[in-house]
Design a protein around this ligand. Structure first.
Ligand code: SAH
Ligand code: SF4
Ligand code: F3S
Length: 445
């Protein structure tokens, strides 16, 4: 039996997809790259913006064609879009055999076994953390580790809380045990995942209670783990103890993805982000004082309801003031069931949104290129990931700052090479290896 899996959305989904693959391969399925050759056509979906829905629906149309040609093929749809649709999936897309939400990855095997029995009523958030499931890791030396699921924030634009449910943290001992097993399997870099990672632990029972800072220190202490990353933190929960753990643990990378969403306090308030521009900038100052070479990236939404040219100008100036190393930029998209979609008219015209995002991207590229230039001429530690995608005679890896480096050298994947940086663009660095590589967990940069 063969399966084809298409994964959409964020790292949480990519990680759930690794678990789905692990589960299916445990059931005797093997992966196939061509949907037409698959007995099981599986989608792990995203619904964060209207464009995510559209992209997925195009793919689902292709599955409909396959199903028409080969009615015995099973079509399964998991993830956030499936959760947002509930039973409407089977009504609107009758060729879909199985649907399940992001909290139900663990039930995939059972659902596949019950093939073509409609999974109505299967939408609960009671599934196990996928951390307890088998996994097919995409990269031998790097792993994602889920530390919490769901989100308790009420960001006015965001559909995630309604599809991923309330926040639930995994006990610290479980997280550490998973990472010890990963380290024994050759993993040297872990990325802790959650919708709001740094509010971790507050929901745990008293005897298991732990803070995110404690978790970071525990993970950094696992033998064999040389690099620890995490995504995404919420600025409101970025407290002094987390900053101290980052500064004091050499394994915790000098990179933070700290979504700002807007540079205007008025818009941040309407978004219910619970911080002002000033508090965000103050946090950035404290972070840079503690971790001088920190790289910062962000998510920014353009054209939120009521955004004026003056609000947008504040977003542009925030990018300059923070000095981001990179920003993911999004056009505001009203999502069904969110507060913003219900109460605030989507009143920024599409052409204004597009014009603003173009200016934002231009600013981000200029600022990021200026930031990347700081590396040129220095020799840095690069965790080697494999051959360069554009030139297989060269290698590819990442700085602690999470910036991609293509370089000439001979270090093995999973080791740390010392690379002299010769050139920089806004997104990648280029250089050559100097000296012999070292084992990743021995480096204390
Ligand atoms: N939990 C993470 C990521 C959430 S989704 C966090 O809070 O940082 C990733 C990004 O998508 C968000 O940070 C936001 O910038 C963007 N996004 C979410 N909902 C959106 C919407 N309705 N329209 C446009 N962008 C949106
Ligand atoms: Fe969505 Fe806000 Fe939660 Fe992020 S913190 S997942 S943007 S509600
Ligand atoms: Fe998309 Fe769900 Fe992630 S909506 S961004 S896959 S949490």
């Amino acid at each position: 039996m063969r399966y084809h899996l298409a994964s959409f959305g964020c790292q949480m989904n990519d990680h759930d997809s690794e678990r789905m693959k692990g589960l299916l391969e445990g059931l005797g399925y093997s992966e196939v790259g061509d949907r037409d050759a698959a007995d099981l056509i599986l989608f792990n979906t995203c619904t964060i913006r209207g464009s995510a829905d559209e992209r997925f629906l195009g793919n689902l149309g292709d599955a409909k064609r396959v199903k028409r040609e080969r009615p015995e093929a099973i079509v399964a749809v998991g993830g956030c879009w499936a959760q947002s649709q509930k039973e409407a999936v089977f009504r609107d897309f009758p060729f879909v055999d199985i649907a399940f939400g992001p909290g139900e990855v663990s039930r995939l095997g059972e659902l596949v076994a019950r093939e073509r029995i409609e999974a109505v009523g299967a939408f609960s958030f009671d599934g196990a953390f996928s951390g307890s499931l088998p996994s097919k890791r995409e990269r031998p030396h790097q792993a994602w580790v889920q530390i919490s699921v769901g989100c308790n924030c009420v960001c006015a634009y965001c559909i995630v809380p309604s599809v991923r449910g309330r926040e639930r943290s995994r006990p610290l001992a479980d997280v550490v045990a998973e990472i010890e097993a990963l380290a024994a399997d050759g993993v040297v870099e872990v990325t802790l995942l959650g919708q709001n990672v740094n509010s971790y632990g507050r929901d745990l029972p008293r005897e298991e209670r732990a803070t995110f800072a404690e978790l970071l220190r525990a993970v950094a202490g696992v033998a064999g783990i040389g690099r620890v990353r995490y995504t995404s933190p919420h600025p409101k929960d970025m407290k002094a103890d987390v900053i101290a753990a980052m500064a004091e643990c050499p394994e915790v990378c000098e990179h933070l993805h700290l979504p700002a969403q807007s540079g205007s306090t008025r818009i941040l308030k309407a978004m219910r982000r619970t911080y002002s521009r000033e508090r965000y900038l103050d946090l950035v100052t404290r972070l840079r004082e503690a971790i001088p070479d920190l790289s910062l990236t962000s998510d920014i939404i353009v054209g939120f309801p009521g955004e004026t040219e003056a609000d947008f100008a504040e977003t542009l100036s925030l990018v300059e003031e923070v000095g981001y190393d990179g920003v993911y930029t999004f056009l505001y998209s009203p999502r069904p069931g969110t507060e913003a979609a219900a109460e605030l008219p989507d009143d920024v015209p599409p052409e204004v949104k597009r014009e603003r995002i173009a200016r934002l991207v231009e600013t981000v590229q200029r600022v990021a290129a200026g930031r990347a230039a700081r590396f040129v001429g220095s020799t840095r530690e690069v965790l080697v990931e494999g051959p360069s995608r554009t030139d297989p005679t060269r290698l590819r890896g990442r700085l602690s700052q999470n910036i991609a480096v293509n370089f000439t050298g001979s270090a093995a994947p999973g080791t740390i090479a010392r690379v002299t940086i010769e050139r920089a663009t806004s997104t990648t660095l280029s250089g050559r290896q100097v000296g012999a590589p070292v084992q990743a967990d021995l480096v204390r940069s």
